[in-house]
Design a protein around this ligand. Sequence first.
Ligand code: ADP
Length: 400
Amino acid sequence: MNILVVNCGSSSLKYQVINSDTEAVLAKGLCERIGLDGRLVYQKAGGEKEITDADMPTHKQAIQMVLDALVNPKTGALNSLEEIGAVGHRVVHGGEKFASSTILNEDVLKVIEECNDLAPLHNPANLIGIRACQELMPHVPMVGVFDTAFHQTMPEEAYLYGIDYDYYEKYKVRRYGFHGTSHSYVSKRAAEIVGKPYEELKTIVCHLGNGASICAVKNGKSIDTSMGLTPLEGLIMGTRSGDIDPGAMEYLAKKENTDLEGIMDILNKKSGVQGLSHISSDFRDLEAAAEKNDAAGIRALNTYIYRAAKYVGAYTAAMNGVDVICFTAGVGENGPNTRKGICDYLGYLGVKLDDKANEVHGEEKIISTPDSKVTVICLPTNEELAIARETVALVTAATE
Ligand code: ADP
């Protein structure tokens, strides 16, 4: 079955068509600047990237352009839209309502809408993408795959904040966690790589991209993760602060003469390694600066690495041990220095990095030495494939 995987944001939309039997990507691309002017990027497997500038006032028009490109007689990956068996949609926030992926129907969409308050930038955009696909492909089954679902197994002591319990009961203020599709995919794959049952392993997944989070996966279940109610908590990220004393917000607001909105803008967009370095949010730029002994670049990288290492230590305590540590996403897959920096803190766990193996970029590879007590793996994530797998499993089960 061919699955169209859609990740719809407020002004952009990423897509892939994946054949579920071979797991090959037949075509992929994105729509950018939806509602502004519009650009479609389309690439058939083995083909050239095609870029088309064209008006895309709405998401529906953007998706229509994607569908037209997919069946284009010259460069299309499909002969007809009948060849799309199902659509898998990434949905950012499922609150406490969704502990797994689900087939989308009107009732489910209403419940997703109820989670909009928890992710006002993401969920409404995800819903717009779903509705647009439903209008254009009314008979094709659709599945929602939630970033938060994998973490719904967290125990109470991990997901509660130390605030009045009424706020949890009344408003569901708690830690949810994100990147669940990636943490689930990577931890499962890690078990295959080390050849041990998933249900018996203690794994820490470091998803280090622009957004970054760490997850403790014990016996196949997420038991803690560094992002919280929103994706702002936890690690230092590209432009996000991660953990910060809430008292600093009031102090800063007074000093900078700004309001809560201004503070959130600072913490989300002007902080992280960007804010610490004043150089860039991109680790390639920071590493280039650090190589030239630039103090600001070194400061940002050291602070980032230290925070990540602290979380690995915390999650080792939470699981009473760790068997496998995985590095994934842009920095995790491509940043030997960052991986080494974090592992250098973990000698007490018996982590021994193989410096030669650690030079790997974007490939699955064990990067610890054979006598390391913990297996460390560079493991590229594949959220689209994970969404396609979930989609085909649910759609097949529903039609059996
Ligand atoms: P997201 O999906 O959250 O936008 P990615 O997982 O694509 O992020 O990660 C993007 C980040 O990966 C970039 O900001 C960059 O810092 C980092 N990155 C990509 N390639 C390299 C590289 N070769 N070396 C170090 N960092 C890299």
